[in-house]
Structures are given as structure tokens and as C-alpha cells.
Design a protein around this ligand. Structure first.
Ligand code: HEM
Length: 483
């Protein structure tokens, strides 16, 4: 039997290297390079904060399945602390009763299968708006390029703001889609901002953050803007709660949460409000860009791989018939290749490339001792490109999933875009549905090409982010209406 070992130390001067990685904005790529040399369980302390990086399917399975109970909490990250209302949310909350309560409400009120069906017609309506918007560019004498990043962010913003927050951005006088997209992009980056306390845990780090007022600046401004938005949403709901019939608790998640806290106490109290806003922050910042990112990368890969684009469009158009005015979500049942494309995009471009967890007690992973309070980063991005698991891992090849039962729902540790275990993303169903339906519409109604003078080989494949990573350069494509 293998004796437990101390963790391999990784490269020299690691505390500094670890910090530098975080500031490069592409830690998953750096971690990957280092782990090739130092192994799939690698120590990479961030200053005085112990941390390990996990880069193999086997080690990920041990963390997320065998040791899930011990590792299902999150580290207290500086940027996230501000934007999660001091961890009163779901995503960044430690493993506490507040986390349990919030996760349950969001599942019951928004993310379960039954609720997914409730908002079906809303999603179909918004996709129709997206198609009309693209058609306007396609109908021009010489069609103009559309920004796929923007189109994807807008349609997902509309869907989530309506279903989760009860806000129709087409008619909202305070916040329009442009403002929402800007808030989501800036807010996502701000969530991953590092503070001194991330590298020097305890009083020293907290003191340095206080001294340099790190929470003012961009983070403070973002927080204020987002807080105003959530307050506006809650005020609207509270107004209708006072009305003769009150808001239907199942109308959206805010209504559901307000009814819940109303039973337990005053919904307007600061602590209740913080909890609602914390959850809204997760749905808003964690739900919009993550979904749009996959739509954007799928279209990027398809334009770079015309054979796959053609195969997908032929399958879709043959299965759905010609001259349809509108598509419905049932149409997704008739197309298979599109789903393989989405899986392959999750493998190569996971929206959250490294998943943060923390050991709550001492554990062993692959025979190595991991002390309590060690941060654990699971490098999903590297696992998706591991040559020991995937043949030609850098190649975009949706066919690799044909006749394979490998899925992205958290049971296959070589493909973990949504994580796994107790902290598995609760929106797997909703997210994959929006992505597949969005792509179905784009591929059925339009043929796509690159703007004049741009060649596929030169498309910039760089990404940028802090926690979620999106395509750095917007993807510009020219649509031509198919029918
Ligand atoms: C393609 C889209 C998405 C991807 C790739 C994604 C990915 C992830 C990942 C990797 C985690 C961490 C899982 C873990 O620790 O094991 C997570 C958690 C979470 N996601 Fe998603 N997500 C997506 C869409 C969404 C959407 C649409 C929503 C809500 C509207 C959402 C809400 C959440 C929440 C609330 C958590 C925290 C769960 C917890 O810590 O208990 N996500 N997501």
C-alpha cells in the first residue's frame, strides 16, 4: 500500500510564482504547464496561503467524489467577499446553513426541471428576437458582420433577467440590455479581484486591505452599481407584495425568496436583503456570461471547422424541415450532432477553467497529504486537454463523443465544466438548454462566413477573465439568411 507522502513542492520560489500566476489572468494555462513537470497534484502556495492544483481525472475524482464532504467549501476570496455580500450567497459561501438554504430556494424557484418548463415560452420568444435582430443585418444589400459576443450576451441577459429577476429589459426604463451586458462583464472580472488577504490570510492581510482600501476603486464602484440594480428589482417586488393579491411566489426567484423571508421575518431587513442580493449576484454574474461564453466558442470553432458547420446545418435542416418561421425547444430532441458540438466546446473552452474548493480537514489525495485549510484548484481546462485521456486533445472533433456515454453532468471526471458533487452547478439543465437552443437558431436560420479579408487561421483564440474566462477578441461573423 502506498505510504502517504508530502506534496511535491513544485517549482522553486513558489509563493511568488503562485501570486504571479493569478495576476497574469490566465492561471489555467500556467498551471497546466507547471503540472506537466510537477505532476497532477502540485503544491502552489499563494504567498502564505497553502494551495494545490489538481490536473488529472483520477485526482479530480478523488477530490470531488471520494473526499467531497471534506472539500465542498470555498476559500474566502477577497473580491468574492464584497460581491457576495460577505458570503451570504451560494457560489462563494462556505459550507454553511446559509449556503444550504440559498441553494435549496434557487433550485426550487428557478433551476429545477419543472421550473425550466415554466419559462420555456419566454426562452423561445427571446430567441426569436435574437433571430430577428440578426436578420436585420442579413437583409442588407451587402450583409454586415454581427458581433457574436454581443448577440450571445444580450440574448442570455434577456432570458435570465426575465426568468430569474422578473425584469423585462425590452421595456425596463432604468436598465437596458447594453447596461446589463456591461455590468455583467465588469462584475465578473471584479469578482476575481485579489486582495492582500488572499496571500496573507489573517489579520495582516485584512489590515493591508483596509489600509489600502482595496474594496474602494473598481470593486466598490461595481458593487454600488449592482447593488442599485438589485435594490430596484427588490423594491418593485416589494411594491407588488403590498398590493391586493401580492406577487405570486412562483413568478420568479425574487418573488419566491421574498415570500420565504416574509414567513420568517421582515423581508426588508438588512440581513434578509443581503441574502437575496447575494443569490441574485450569483444568478446574474454567474449565469449570463458562462452561458454566452460557450455559444461564442462553439461558433468560433464552427467557423474554423467548416466541415463540422456544414454537417451540423445539414442535420438540423433535414430534421426540422425547410421554411420554419420559428423553432421550439422540442426541436432539440431531433438533433444529435449539435449536442456533440456543445460537449466538445465544453471540453476545450470551459467557462470556469479552474474550480476553487478548500479542504475543511486534513485529507490525502492520490497518496499525498493535504493539510486542512489548503485551497484546492481543480484545473478543468487542463483535464479536458489531457493527452492521457483524449486522443489529439487540441483538435476540435465533436465526433469523439459519438457512441460515448461521457457527459458533462458531473459523473465523468474527465469532463467537468459544471464541477461535481455537492457544489455541482445547479443550473446544468438550464444552461445547456439555452446554449443548445441558441446555437440551433443561429445554425438553422443563417449561413455564416468571416468578414472580407479575415481568414479562419488568424482568428484570435485568446481568453481573458478571473473566474469565468471569455473570448478576448469579439467574434465578428457575416450572416446570410438561409430561407
Ligand atoms: C455554461 C454555463 C455554466 C457553466 C460552465 C457553469 C459552471 C459552474 C461551475 C464550474 C461551478 C462550480 C461547481 C463546483 O464547485 O463543483 C458552478 C457553480 C454554480 N453555478 Fe454555474 N455554470 C453555468 C451556468 C450557470 C447558470 C445559468 C446559473 C444560474 C442562473 C449558474 C449558477 C451557479 C451557482 C448558483 C453555483 C454555485 C453552486 C454552489 O456552490 O453550491 N450557473 N457553475
Amino acid at each position: 500500500k502506498k505510504k502517504n507522502q508530502r506534496l511535491p513542492p513544485g517549482p522553486r520560489g513558489l509563493p511568488i510564482v503562485g501570486i504571479l500566476h493569478q495576476f497574469t489572468g490566465i492561471p489555467h494555462r500556467w498551471f497546466h504547464q507547471l503540472s506537466l513537470k510537477h505532476g497532477p497534484v502540485m503544491a502552489l502556495p499563494l504567498g502564505f496561503t497553502p494551495a494545490v492544483v489538481i490536473s488529472s481525472r483520477e485526482a479530480a475524482e478523488e477530490v470531488l467524489k471520494t473526499k467531497d464532504v471534506e472539500t465542498c467549501t470555498r476559500p474566502k476570496m477577497f473580491g468574492a467577499s464584497k460581491l457576495s455580500y460577505n458570503f451570504k450567497d451560494i457560489t462563494f459561501a462556505q459550507y454553511t446553513d446559509t449556503w444550504r438554504e440559498n441553494r435549496k430556494v434557487s433550485t426550487v424557484e428557478l433551476l429545477n426541471f419543472k421550473k425550466l418548463q415554466t419559462f420555456k415560452s419566454l426562452r423561445e420568444e427571446e430567441m426569436d428576437v435574437m433571430v430577428k435582430r440578426i436578420s436585420n443585418s442579413a437583409l442588407e444589400q451587402s450583409p454586415v458582420a454581427v458581433d457574436i459576443n454581443n448577440i450571445s450576451m444580450c440574448v442570455v441577459s434577456h432570458i435570465l433577467c426575465r426568468s430569474a429577476l422578473g425584469q423585462n429589459l425590452h421595456t425596463n426604463k432604468v436598465f437596458d440590455e447594453e447596461k446589463i451586458v456591461q455590468l455583467v462583464m465588469e462584475g465578473s472580472l471584479a469578482t476575481g479581484h485579489f486582495g492582500f488577504s488572499d496571500f496573507y490570510p489573517g489579520k495582516l492581510g485584512n489590515f493591508a486591505d483596509w489600509l489600502f482600501r482595496r474594496e474602494k476603486g473598481v470593486l466598490g464602484r461595481m458593487f454600488k452599481e449592482l447593488d442599485d440594480f438589485y435594490q430596484h428589482v427588490i423594491d418593485e417586488h416589494l411594491k407588488s407584495l403590498d398590493g391586493p393579491k401580492g406577487t405570486d411566489p412562483s413568478a420568479d426567484i425574487v418573488a419566491g425568496m421574498l415570500h420565504l423571508v416574509d414567513k420568517n421575518g421582515n423581508p426588508g431587513s438588512k440581513s434578509n436583503l443581503d441574502q437575496i442580493k447575494g443569490v441574485l449576484m450569483n444568478l446574474f454574474l454567474g449565469g449570463i456570461d458562462t452561458v454566452a461564453i460557450i455559444m461564442i466558442w462553439a461558433m468560433t470553432e464552427l467557423i474554423r471547422h467548416p466541415r463540422a458547420m456544414k454537417k451540423a446545418q445539414e442535420e438540423i435542416r433535414a430534421a426540422l424541415g425547410e421554411k420554419r418561421e420559428k423553432l421550439t425547444e422540442e426541436d432539440l430532441e431531433k438533433v444529435e450532432y449539435l449536442k456533440l458540438i456543445v460537449k466538445e466546446t465544453f471540453r476545450l473552452h470551459p467557462s470556469v477553467p479552474t474550480i476553487p474548493r478548500e479542504a475543511m480537514s486534513p485529507i490525502t489525495i492520490q497518496g499525498y497529504d493535504i493539510p486542512a485549510d489548503t485551497r484546492i484548484y481543480i484545473n478543468v481546462w487542463a483535464i479536458g486537454r489531457d493527452p492521457k485521456v483524449w486522443e489529439n486533445p487540441e483538435e476540435f472533433n465533436p465526433e469523439r463523443f459519438m457512441n460515448s456515454d461521457v457527459h458533462f453532468k458531473g459523473q465523468h471526471y474527465e469532463l467537468l465544466p459544471f464541477g461535481s458533487g455537492r457544489r455541482l452547478c445547479p443550473a446544468v439543465g438550464m444552461a445547456s438548454n439555452i446554449i443548445e437552443f441558441g446555437l440551433l437558431n443561429m445554425l438553422y436560420f443563417f449561413d455564416w462566413s468571416l468578414p472580407h479579408g479575415v481568414v479562419a487561421e488568424n482568428i484570435d483564440m485568446g481568453d481573458i477573465g478571473n473566474i469565468s474566462f471569455y473570448k478576448k477578441e469579439p467574434l465578428l461573423l457575416v450572416p446570410v439568411k438561409h430561407h
